[in-house]
Design a binder for this molecule. Structure first.
Ligand SMILES: Nc1ncnc2c1ncn2[C@@H]1O[C@H](COP(=O)(O)OP(=O)(O)OP(=O)(O)O)[C@@H](O)[C@H]1O
Length: 283
């Protein structure tokens, strides 16, 4: 599909979407629009539904009600759209003891295009070279993935997701197990990709840092509230508005962490009413 000749308004559009697992309603009446080239951070407490939101965009789950459009189409009815999306899952889902080096790992992102039982073409190797260059991984190309640092492991995941030149990149907590310096370097890489007009949606817990890079922040907590990036980054006041009175930044090292006291009974998102929160706690 040539995106320049299509007429959809948003790369991602949620239209009154609700989603439940068999015994648990996770997302309720979510409406969300993400423009072409937008850089969006998805934040929210543990178990709030962030990964579920990503899986709905990827067509791995179907809404219980409402509609999810990706590039103007229902991804469940048009699964080929998935090829235009690069996905970086949570790090814990990957087995790094698998004996494979960086370039062969990045090439695995091409397997669906190469086809089962076929050998990679020279164009596939060229795509690997280009992607390694784009992600600053050339010097590590022969290194076994098990010997990489946390930051390098995430970088190869991003490289694998980029190898088919996707129009959209979706990342689920890309800086988990990555030290603060390398986290910033990963966000710088995402910023460079954003400047190349790739639409980026990333789940993040580094909300103090991510706010400097993104255009918009979606706060997920069963419902979704979207905020423009605060001009002065996220302050303790904004944080309180999003997470509740018991939340605060905890500053050590380069990356400020968010802390929500365990005793905190509720998590608010800006835009939520007290009634919304009370209803969440009734269920
Ligand atoms: N396959 C499943 N079946 C039933 N419940 C599930 C399933 N997957 C997730 N859940 C539950 O749905 C809720 C939302 O999960 P989800 O993984 O979307 O949250 P999250 O915001 O990404 O959390 P975290 O920050 O901890 O990764 C959680 O309560 C989780 O336990």
């Amino acid at each position: 599909m040539d995106r320049n000749q299509t007429s959809f308004l948003y790369d991602i559009e949620f239209m009154s979407v609700s989603f439940s697992y068999p015994d648990l309603e996770v997302l309720e009446d979510v409406s969300l629009q993400v423009k072409k080239g937008e850089f969006l951070a998805v934040i929210g407490p543990n178990g709030a539904g962030k990964t579920t939101l990503l899986k709905l965009i990827l067509g791995l789950l179907k809404p219980t009600s409402g509609k999810v459009l990706v590039f103007g189409k229902n991804i469940n009815e048009h699964p080929s759209i998935r090829k235009q999306i690069g996905y970086v899952p949570q790090m814990s889902k990957i087995d790094y003891s698998f004996p494979i080096n960086v370039e062969d790992f990045v090439l695995t992102g091409r397997y669906a295009t190469i086809g089962p039982g076929r050998l990679p073409h020279k164009y596939d190797r060229l795509a690997v070279n280009e992607t390694l260059e784009k992600t600053g991984l050339q010097s590590l190309r022969r290194k076994q993935i098990g010997k990489l640092s946390g930051g390098q492991r995430q970088r190869i995941m991003i490289a694998r997701a980029l190898i088919n030149n996707p129009d959209m990149l979706i990342l689920d907590e890309p800086t988990t197990a990555v030290d603060p310096k390398n986290s910033e370097s990963l966000y710088e890489l995402l910023l460079t990709l954003h400047q190349q007009r790739i639409t980026i949606l990333t789940v993040s817990h580094d909300i103090g840092v991510i706010a400097q890079y993104v255009d918009t922040i979606a706060c997920v907590n069963r419902k979704v509230f979207v905020h423009d990036r605060p001009e002065k980054g996220i302050t303790d006041e904004t944080l309180t508005e999003m997470y509740g009175r018991e939340a605060a930044f905890f500053h050590h090292g380069i990356v400020p962490h968010i802390v929500v006291r365990k005793s905190s009974p509720v998590h608010y998102c800006a835009g939520e009413t007290t009634e919304d929160v009370e209803n969440q706690h009734k269920t």
